[in-house]
Design a binder for this molecule. Sequence first.
Ligand SMILES: [Zn+2]
Ligand SMILES: [Zn+2]
Length: 180
Amino acid sequence: MTPVHILPLGGARLELLERVIPSVEQKIHRSTLLREIDFDTEQFYDDERSQYNSTKILLHLRQRYAGAGENDDARAIAVVPFDLYIPILTYVFGEAEVNGRVAVVSSYRLAPERYGLAPDANLFQSRFLKEILHELGHVFGLLHCISQECVMHSSSYVEEIDLKGDGYCESCAGIFEGNS
Ligand SMILES: [Zn+2]
Ligand SMILES: [Zn+2]
């Protein structure tokens, strides 16, 4: 089974990623490959919004991953430390191609300090794990889930991320049992 590529971009924190990767692998039943690629994120920065366009990042990643060779059937998730947006929303925690190849997740809005609260490394890490699992679920073909417990339940605010579990419900988990 091809490992899922995890791509730290734009100065993403490696030690944070390394802490969540074992849980990610366990939940998706696949190994991962932490890969540092040459990818200029600055071209996706929007001066007026002071944010990065996540859809454009996805499109460029997709081109990178659509070629033949070692990446032929790889799926990839980019992780960024900066704020992401899509034009119709104020911000997004991440974005993914449903049943596609690529996803992107931002850690920017996951830290309690962002909301004037005391730092909480465990809470931050838990949110980060949930968002990675959520976007990877989309890449593997999952849509939003009505179960409040399921990591595929949609969340617009960090409080909603905190309310859901850090795993897939039985129904959603089934998608990872195939061979793709
Ligand atoms: Zn979603
Ligand atoms: Zn579910």
